[in-house]
Design a protein around this ligand. Structure first.
Ligand code: ADP
Length: 225
């Protein structure tokens, strides 16, 4: 299955992508995660991306397009992928179309997670992330058992620098200006499906599974499980 997740920051793209990736045994390709890893490892790519990410601005198209093209050419992506955070501009969408056409791998679905401003601001400002395994928590909605410590691996939780209030505002503006036009783009291509990003993650996941079944996208093996 080849899926793109579209929607504002905080709509739950990463959360749904993680669940779907496990359930469908399909790679989760998150440009945000890839860039954060590059930043942590202080690679030339990470150093280039740092100043944009800290401000909540987009990393230049050329850089991100090269990163995704390389990732999509890896063998595991041949059986499918869940793209999270890419494409984010019309240029990126056009480039993705071209690459997939060359590989004869059209997209099955673009899932638009529509979420209200109030919900995304609440989610982003309360989000805390494990510094070791990357698991997400929330100060009120999804607390760890011990304050500030990851249930999964015992790592310390921290606030992503771009989840600070001033930066959230900029990310939302950037989304409206540069990414929201892709909703129309994929609507015109008839591949867009809108779902509610305001819903609790497990409920939204059930909606998505229903949608996949209706579209005949789930393998028999999966449906029997
Ligand atoms: P969110 O969707 O919550 O804003 P991500 O983790 O997807 O966060 O991305 C974090 C940051 O990484 C973005 O604000 C941006 O600076 C950079 N980034 C991620 N994906 C892209 C992309 N496709 N194009 C340009 N920049 C990107």
């Amino acid at each position: 299955m080849r899926i793109v997740l579209l929607g504002p920051p905080g709509a739950g793209k990463g959360t749904q992508a993680q669940i779907l990736s496990k359930d469908l045994n399909t790679p989760h390709i998150s440009t945000g995660d890839m860039l954060r890893e590059a930043l942590k490892a202080a690679t030339p790519l990470g150093l280039k991306a740092k100043k944009y990410m800290e401000k909540g601005a987009l990393v230049p198209d050329k850089v991100v397009i090269a990163l995704v093209s390389e990732r999509l050419s890896k063998p595991d992506a041949m059986k499918g992928f869940i793209l999270d955070g890419f494409p984010r501009t019309p240029e990126q969408a056009a480039s993705l179309d071209q690459s997939l056409e060359k590989l004869c791998m059209p997209l099955d679905l673009v899932l638009y997670l529509k979420a209200s401003l109030e919900v995304v601001i609440r989610r982003l400002s309360g989000r805390r992330v494990c510094s070791q395994c990357g698991k997400n928590y929330h100060l009120t909605n999804f607390k760890p058992t011990v304050d500030g410590i990851c249930d999964n691996c015992g790592g310390k939780l921290f606030q992503r620098p771009d989840d600070k209030e001033e930066t959230i505002e900029n990310r939302l503006k950037v989304y409206e200006r540069q990414t929201a036009p892709l909703i129309e783009y994929y609507k015109n291509k008839k591949s867009l499906y809108e779902v509610s990003g305001d819903k609790e993650a497990k409920l939204l996941n059930l909606d998505l599974m229903d949608l996949f079944k209706k579209k005949g996208l789930l393998s028999l093996r999966y449906e029997r499980n």
